[in-house]
Design a protein around this ligand. Sequence first.
Ligand code: C2E
Ligand code: MG
Ligand code: MG
Length: 605
Amino acid sequence: MIWQLLDRSQIELRKMSRMKKILIIEDEESIREDILEILGNCNEFEAIGAEDGLMGVRLAKIHKPDLIICDVTMPELDGYGVLGALRNEPSTSLIPFIFLTARADKSDIRRGMNLGADDYLLKPIGQLELLLAISVRLAKQAAIETHFRVHLNNAMQATQDRLNYSLYHDSLTDLPNRLSLREHLARLLPQAQAEGKLIAVLLIDLDRFKRINDIKGQVFGDNLLQTVAQRLLGCVTQNDVVARTDADEFAIILNAVDPRGEANNVAQSILEEMTRSFVIDRQEVYLTASISVSLYPQDGRDIDSLFKQVNTAMSYAKQQGGNCYQFYTKDIETDTDEQLALEASLHRALEKNEFQVYYQPQIDLLTGVIIGAEALLRWYHPEYGLLSPDKFIPLAEENGAIIAIGEWVLSTVCSQAKEWQEIVSQSKDVNRQNYLKVAVNLSGRQFQQINLTTKIIHLLEETDLDPSCLELEVTEGVIIRDIEASIAKMRELKALGIQISIDDFGTGYSSLSYLKQFPFDTLKIDQCFIRNMPSEPKNKAIAIAIIQMAHSLGLKVIAEGVETRAELELLCQNQCDEIQGYVFSRPIPAEEFRRLLVSDRRLQV
Ligand code: C2E
Ligand code: MG
Ligand code: MG
């Protein structure tokens, strides 16, 4: 039998397949019948005959045969026509096609092959030759189909894998995402319960990250996040999971023997990692992070409660100013409740006259004379006692109360400054400048008020205060939110004769060269650089560099939070213009400040 001539693989293939359908398109009846008979005798094929081209095309479309053997020369539609018609039709375009012809002209053969024929058989055709051609062609087709099937399966699997991967991973950092983290916890919690183990959930939120995106752009921010992700991975072991859960928020699940102790270690090493600068595109930036921790099972027995508690701890860490870590405790919850109570009483504090402005003297370092004061708000809360602004200004900023409070501060300060201005202007001392400036802090919302300038004009008119006696303090963070608008507003204010200073300089991300586009007069070096200046060379170097750069840009420099003589001496040596700080005086009530002015107490420099 012919099949014995075929190699093993083809026989295997044949065994696997069903009866193959073969369509014979041949107008010469005798040849057609011969072929049909040969194929019929094989018991391997279901053979169908078509007596002309048109019929052939029709039957091919109906039966979708596994192979077509077709005569070339036929009336009406010849073999080429049939092949063309079948190749144009998607359902028949891939059926193997063998031409049957009496002519063996090379150009005929090429024409057929160009149209997509798979083989050529010459008439008269022998049984062996016919069956061999058919079996070879069918085997090839089967191999092609198998290949495609495998390929398709692989491709589908790969697509599926890719989909799964993107469903569970953050595309920017390649870390698992929030969904993945939740599923991981869902698997971990029952195990931990069964084994009586603890699990720690850490949340890491980058402090003021939005500003980086705003200043440096999205691409820079993205690169930075990728680097942060790498550093976080370096702080944990392979048993732990680091995920990116939000734009600038990451989470870590610690599956350690002692998750509480390990959470402490990991949090500390993350804070430490953050103190190293990040260099992206040859630009150096500094970041800090806030970290919070909740523990299974003591803080929550399910995923949602664990996340609720870790978020509460995060709010608390942020309230503390960030750059720290905080475990969830019940006390935090109480504190957060207190915040709510505080917020409620904030609205009535103005009406109830609970605010008071304190003044911290500012000293000229050449003469040691008081040349001004910074106005610092205090709240005498009926229940909680004296509250510092850090406790309530952020709340007032959030709920909008800051607008009314800020107006009250400005008007109180302007009246006060007018009174002191008179004391100062009467002084006969040549060392004494004949004016005294009072600085008022403006928070973001206040600075962004559209009618701020108009309000200040009214205030100055009402109190008859010389505008040069008023200074406004804004932070970098506030002015860079909308650079154009800030520059315009600062120009308006300066046109009135008011002075502007940049508060807390150095704690933001911008460089001095970047800031110089803003029209301001004075730079306030933040207390964090002044602190331990004598003992910390890094702080000293930064403070000195800020003074030098500011001077080269024609700006005046004031150091805030100067506490010791050693700090004071270093600042004097390095030509800092002014200082304020406990070394001379804490912020004091207005009446005390007036006494200080009248007594003309000076700083020994
Ligand atoms: P700031 O403008 O940077 O004010 C300086 C802060 O440092 C003040 O804290 C001051 O009491 C404190 N300080 C001064 N000298 C020293 C020192 O030698 N050592 C130490 N450790 N601290 C010193 P305070 O009064 O608690 O004010 C905190 C912040 O609240 C201010 O920071 C300012 O941003 C904001 N603030 C205060 N009053 C107002 C206000 O009327 N309106 C607005 N919008 N914000 C205000
Ligand atoms: Mg200030
Ligand atoms: Mg400050």
